[in-house]
Each structure stands twice: as structure tokens, then as C-alpha cells.
Design a protein around this ligand. Structure first.
Ligand code: 13P
Length: 250
């Protein structure tokens, strides 16, 4: 049985005060939720304050990126240990916006994934095809390469900790969600590739869907066998809407 994970990726939104206020509000709204893992990934500047605000609650805090070196002359970068030090337990790696705007590649995703695991963080490794790739019928080829190259070379123990997020680029922030069937088809494929790499570990691996997940489509998506949670942008920014996502089954 895979425990669902509902994760909010706040991207570059919210000041520290706004972030703390929302987590404070959310804590009250979801205090009774026991069967879903809840994660908020704010900007770096809010990590420490939010970790403190979330202490003792059922909300976990994660970062949106890291750099793979432990320390040194790398101006502007943040290491995995620093993220742990700020109170985080998760980190998003290889989001399509980082691939698109900041030159992230499968090779850097792999280095970051290993650095995260070394530090004890759970990496949420993002994969997804562009609209052009979907229209050219190369979705599975693209996803397979991202999974094989991005998550290669792990021990079984490490491989068992990974979370994978399927985020079709054409569905991010566009209001166009992949249909539950379209998403399920790719999730099943990702699990198959992961099982070829790491055997039966793949049965326990959580695969999240991301791309215009909203309160009105979350339940249908979550019904699908291989969809184990959501990685949510826009609809995670308001406590009332994120609450509905966390309570998708109720
Ligand atoms: P939206 O939910 O705003 O489409 O963003 C999805 C996403 O990129 C989450 O990482």
C-alpha cells in the first residue's frame, strides 16, 4: 500500500510572513488528516521559519532545489545539508521550470538526487514531456530517458526512498490537466521502467501527478492505480484550496 503524498510547490511566491500565515491556517484545517502525507515546498528564504511553524503538526517542509556539492565557493547555491539544517525532509529535483530556464539536465538531476539522499532528504524527482514531444509521439521515449538517466546508480535502499513526479510540461500552469487516463498511462510506464531498474522496489514508489491539479479534478486523478499523490502549484497557494486537495478522498 502506498501512502498518498500531497505536495505544494510554491515556486517563487510568498514572503516569509505570508508563508507562515498560510501554514498556520493550514495546520488547523488539516489537523485531523492521518492517512495522507502533506508537504509544502516554499522558497529558500521561508524554509527555516516554516519548519518552525510546522513543528508538531502533520505538515512537512521541503526545498525546491539544491546544489550537489556539500560546501565551497559556489556563490548563490544551497547544499543538501543546509536544507536539512533548515528543518526540511524533502527536496524537489529537476522541475521542468529548472530544466527549461536554468539548464537542468538529467546529469545534474542525478547528481542532485544522490546528494539529497546522502544528506537524508527524500528527493521528488520530476519528469515530463513538452507539448511538442507529446505531439511528436515521443512521450514514452522522453520519460524513459529522464527516469533512467536521472535516477540511475542508486543502492536498493536509496531507490526505495525516491518519489517521482510526472508533470507534463503542457499541463503546468495552463489549466489543461492531463486526463486521469493520460496520466495513469504514463505513471504505469514510469513504474515499469523503475521496476526494470530496481525490481520490486517500484511497487512501493510513490509517483505524483503534477499539472493543473485542482480541487475539482483531484479525486478522479487519485482514483487511478498508479497515481499516488499530487505536486501542486497554483492550487497549493491558498489554505482552503490546498485543504481540499489534501482531503481528496473525503
Ligand atoms: P500548477 O499546479 O500551477 O499547474 O503547477 C504544477 C507544478 O509545476 C507543480 O510543481
Amino acid at each position: 500500500m502506498r501512502r498518498p503524498l500531497m505536495a505544494g510547490n510554491w515556486k517563487m511566491h510568498k514572503t516569509i510572513a505570508e508563508a507562515v500565515a498560510m501554514v498556520n491556517e493550514l495546520k488547523g484545517k488539516i489537523a485531523d488528516v492521518k492517512d495522507v502525507d502533506v508537504l509544502i515546498c516554499p522558497t529558500f528564504t521561508s524554509l527555516y521559519s516554516l519548519s518552525n511553524e510546522a513543528k508538531g503538526s502533520n505538515i512537512k517542509i521541503g526545498a525546491q532545489n539544491l546544489f550537489w556539492e556539500p560546501k565551497g565557493a559556489f556563490t548563490g547555491e544551497i547544499s543538501a545539508n543546509m536544507i536539512v539544517d533548515a528543518g526540511c525532509s524533502y527536496v524537489i529535483i529537476g522541475h521542468s521550470e529548472r530544466r527549461q530556464y536554468f539548464g537542468e539536465t538529467d546529469e545534474t538531476v542525478n547528481k542532485k538526487t544522490k546528494a539529497a539522499l546522502n544528506a537524508g532528504l527524500i528527493p521528488i524527482v520530476c519528469v515530463g514531456e513538452t507539448l511538442n514531444e507529446r505531439e511528436m509521439n515521443v512521450t514514452f521515449k522522453v520519460i524513459e530517458k529522464q527516469v533512467r538517466d536521472g535516477i540511475k546508480g542508486l543502492t536498493s535502499d536509496e531507490a526505495s526512498k525516491i518519489v517521482i513526479a510526472y508533470e507534463p510540461v503542457w499541463a503546468i500552469g495552463t489549466g489543461k490537466t492531463a486526463s486521469p487516463e493520460q496520466a495513469q498511462e504514463v505513471h504505469e510506464f514510469i513504474r515499469k521502467v523503475y521496476s526494470e531498474m530496481y525490481g520490486s522496489i517500484s511497487e512501493g514508489t510513490r509517483i505524483l501527478y503534477g499539472g493543473s491539479v485542482k480541487p475539482d479534478n483531484v479525486a478522479e486523478l487519485m482514483k487511478k492505480t498508479d497515481i499516488d499523490g499530487g505536486l501542486v502549484g497554483g492550487a497549493s497557494l491558498e489554505a482552503s484550496s490546498f485543504e481540499k486537495l489534501v482531503k481528496f478522498s473525503k
